[in-house]
Design a binder for this molecule. Structure first.
Ligand code: PXG
Length: 440
């Protein structure tokens, strides 16, 4: 048994994205983790079906990363990166740049996906201004997009609850329609066949505002948190073409789709579509230490490098941008991904995962199943008048039976660490089958 003290006061911690009172009445505490498993406070093992929160792509407690972090904290705990520097941040950035597709060769570090999104939006605005196109200020997101919780991110995001609770948000934002169409695409394996034409909505928005007023389009290549929405065939290519035609920057939010989740380094590589900016977080350090990043194409970076050499090119940054411990964790993580061939492993395991996911068709309450790489979304019909209750009950029952899943509304999301074995995939779906048969 792991040596941890369970706190007897759960009240002070205001938990994020959690029903605090419901949780605290029946807490689910995790006290240790190794490889594919968590240990719960009562000692029972919990198979990790979601890589923590879509972030521990190499599994838990990996020695290489743990040791890198331990060494770094002992050697250099913190160093500023404003007008100063330290070796690990530079090394981490050049290692990441080597992995990033095309000429995305520059890296701006943040501490989370939300900060990466706000940073990317700011770079987009500043880029146009630097080139004398300061009227390009409008930002375009998409319905059902999730781009974190900063004001920029919730403004371009397409989640109604954000609009309801936080009011005004950024002005000058438009939204593309989401691509989810169960009538045409239910139970698609991988990319749905229908929907490329939804990208043409961007032309409509350009016609409304004129391209000279539009800075950027931001989308998740695969939407994760709003329920695993896989892009229709040809959709992202079409978006790219329209953005290029009108001089609009295309931002891919790869916070979830990056670092092997789809069986490729990034979704950009998977779908063979090169964005101008790319946001990352989560798998960048295997979830071990908070870190986010924005990958930037070379010509965009160069547009900032035209003024006098003593000018600060981008008026932006965080105290912890390129934090030494996060940088050390990221270097070790990228090493581990490569040494163990984890992206290729995810690609090799994806068909087995897909077959299992779609085997759930016909089970009680299941109305759609979607998948790509090592991600699956299983959508349940909501209980009348109680949206989310059915999937939440599934989450609780799975946890009791030793499986961690994620739910969003009545959609169950699965995204196991890329080290998952076939037998563990059997266990994930086997447990889910039992639970779906049990719940009302
Ligand atoms: N962009 C995308 C695409 C994300 O999925 C963020 C930005 C924000 O990242 P930070 O690091 O600020 O949280 C995310 C985060 C879930 C879930 O269960 C997903 C996220 C976070 C928490 C839960 O779907 N994604």
């Amino acid at each position: 048994m792991t040596d941890v003290t369970i706190p007897n006061d759960l009240e002070s911690f205001w938990m994020p994205f959690t029903s605090n009172r419901q949780f605290k009445a029946a807490p689910r505490l995790l006290v240790a983790a190794k490889d594919m498993h968590y240990t719960a406070a009562d000692g029972h093992q919990v198979l990790d079906g979601v890589a923590g929160l879509w972030c521990c792509n190499a599994g838990h407690g990996r020695e290489k990363i743990v040791e890198a972090v331990q060494r770094q904290v002992a050697q250099l705990d913190f160093a500023p990166t404003f007008q100063m520097g330290h070796p690990k941040a530079f090394e981490a950035a050049s290692r990441l740049a080597a992995l990033l597709p095309g000429d995305i060769d520059r890296v701006f570090y943040t501490n989370s996906g939300s900060e990466a999104v706000d940073t990317a939006l700011k770079i987009a605005l500043a880029y146009h201004r630097a080139r004398g196109e300061g009227t390009r200020t409008r930002l375009i997101g998409r319905e059902r997009g999730y781009h974190g919780v900063g004001f920029g991110g919730i403004s371009v995001g397409g989640i109604v609850t954000n609009r309801k609770w936080f009011g005004g948000l950024l002005t000058g934002v438009d939204h593309l329609p989401h691509t989810h169409n169960p009538a045409r695409n239910a139970y698609s394996r991988g990319q749905p066949a229908w929907g490329a034409e939804l990208a043409d909505e961007l032309e409509r928005i350009v016609t409304l505002h004129d391209a000279s007023n539009i800075a950027a389009v931001i989308v998740e290549p695969v939407s994760g948190s709003t329920g695993v929405l896989v892009p229709p065939k040809g959709y992202l290519k079409r978006l790219r073409e329209i953005c290029t035609k009108h001089g609009i920057l295309l931002i891919f939010d790869e916070v979830i789709s990056g670092f092997g989740r789809l069986g490729s380094s990034f979704a950009a590589e998977h779908f063979d579509v090169l964005p101008d900016l790319m946001t990352m977080a989560k798998g960048i350090t295997n979830g071990v230490i908070p870190m986010g990043a924005v990958g930037v194409r070379e010509p965009i970076y160069q547009a900032f490098m035209q003024g006098p050499e003593n000018a600060m090119e981008l008026f932006h940054g965080y105290t912890y941008s390129g934090h030494p411990i996060a940088a050390a964790a990221s270097i070790a993580t990228l090493d581990l991904y490569r040494e163990e061939g984890l992206f290729e492993r995810a690609a090799a395991m994806a068909p087995y995962f897909e077959d299992w996911a779609h085997a759930l068709k016909g089970l009680p309450h299941v109305v759609d199943i979607r998948n790509i790489g090592l991600v699956a979304g299983i959508e349940l019909a909501p209980r009348p008048g109680q949206p989310g209750a059915r999937a939440y009950e599934a989450l609780v029952k799975c946890f009791e039976r030793g499986l961690l899943i994620r739910t969003t509304g009545d959609i169950i999301a699965l995204s196991p660490p890329l080290i998952v074995e076939r037998g563990q995939i059997d266990e994930i779906f086997g447990t889910l089958v039992k639970v779906l048969r049990e719940i009302e």
